[in-house]
Ligand binder design. Structure first.
Ligand code: SF4
Ligand code: FES
Length: 204
């Protein structure tokens, strides 16, 4: 595999082909914030909080570090006024969904984001897709998915699969940066217990 020489925040690093900027930065111990990234899952690029500045062939661009793959001569800046401003706005939009999320609040403090800047959205879900992708890619169960489009996009558990698979798993719970997942699950469980044809545990 060919080696690629890049610079991140002034430090040279030898990266491998196919590596993302995020992985190269992590190999140097440089922290880039992430919300929709998980090392066991395919890159998704949904939240944009990992936005960094990349210069290639003299052209500077804002790119998503968890998706953008390294190329020879790439110069990356992971923190600047411009990047801080982008992350601040992203956080303010996400906080309009989940103003009490601990993870978002910590980042909001770091980037001086105002949780009241945008009107509160109805859903607590920030559409990071971690629960949906983890269930599909790692557990191969597809018990939870997205329904609707645009502003009405929402996660939805499939009761028939929940009844068989979720009761002793729940590995997606700690991945959720907000309380949306647990709330949706509790609703599904309530639906299941009020609908006798569904079994909630094998043999019960
Ligand atoms: S429920 Fe949570 S983990 Fe699932 S997509 Fe929404 S914010 Fe992400
Ligand atoms: S962590 Fe990169 S887009 Fe979400």
């Amino acid at each position: 595999m060919s080696k690629i020489l890049i610079k991140i925040d002034g430090q040279e690093v030898e990266a491998s082909e196919g590596m993302t900027i995020l992985q190269a930065a992590q190999s140097l111990g440089i922290k880039i914030p992430t919300l929709c990234h998980h090392e066991k899952l395919e890159s998704y690029g949904a939240c944009r909080i990992c936005t960094v500045e990349a210069v290639i062939n003299g052209r500077s661009r804002l790119v998503v570090a968890c998706v953008y793959q390294v190329e020879n001569g790439l110069i990356v800046t992971t923190r600047s006024d411009k990047i801080n401003q982008v992350r601040k706005t992203i956080l303010e939009l996400l906080l309009s969904h989940a103003p009490d999320s601990e993870q978002l609040q910590e980042l909001a403090e770091e980037y001086r984001a105002d949780k009241g800047r945008f009107e509160k959205e109805a859903s607590f879900c920030i559409h990071c897709g971690l629960c949906v992708r983890y269930c599909a890619e790692v557990k191969k169960k597809n018990a939870v998915g997205f329904v609707n489009r645009g502003a009405r996009r929402e996660i939805n558990f499939v009761p028939e699969i929940v009844a068989k698979e979720c009761w002793n798993c729940k590995e997606c719970f700690p991945l959720c940066p907000t309380s949306a997942l647990q709330a949706a699950y509790v609703l599904t469980e309530a639906l299941l217990s009020s609908s006798p044809p569904y079994e909630t545990k094998p043999g019960k």
